[in-house]
Design a protein around this ligand. Sequence first.
Ligand code: G3P
Length: 217
Amino acid sequence: MKFFVDTADTNEIRELAATGLIDGVTTNPSLIVKSGRDFKEVIAEICELTDGPVSAEVTALEADAMVAEARELVKIAKNVCIKLPLTIDGLKACKILTDEGYMVNVTLCFSANQALLAAKAGATFISPFIGRLDDMNIDGMELIEDIRIIYDNYGFETEILAASIRTANHVKQSAMAGSDVATIPPSVIKGLAKHPLTDKGLEAFLADWAKTGQSIL
Ligand code: G3P
């Protein structure tokens, strides 16, 4: 499963990119405002921090205007992935842009039928929002499972990009459900490696090693 980091904080991206574990970045207008930075400038900087897809979201609501914004955004870097909302106009713009060879991430997906439409529109990625469904006591992971079945039934190449991830369990469950990608907040990514028994075991190993009085170098 590919790991994208879900943030526009370049310090966080730089730190995580250095691990070699990051395959791309997703942003959205809320993450951009949180960064406090100029949209195009921060996307350009992010595109230099990773070779993977960097999602930059349009803000227009009408297809032709979305395409016009997308044509501006793709000028920033070759790894810009255009993020479009899952609306009829977003799907229309998706078809136009993917037919021209651009990467498109269709976002704000909350149903399997929406995901089916995105695949038919040629989306590179579909972003089902797990956490926001969970927030409404709807099982967000069921959506990932349903999309996986539908996409596999018809051999759609659109990649499932599990989004709105809140916990380490969301990451595990997305992987179990066969999501191609998970876009994960930096804090959740950093927490994935942590386990108290690992810490305890390492401490014991090093305490015993110290008793040998030896060194490797
Ligand atoms: O960036 C898309 C998605 O990951 C946003 O998640 O936490 O705002 O529901 P969230």
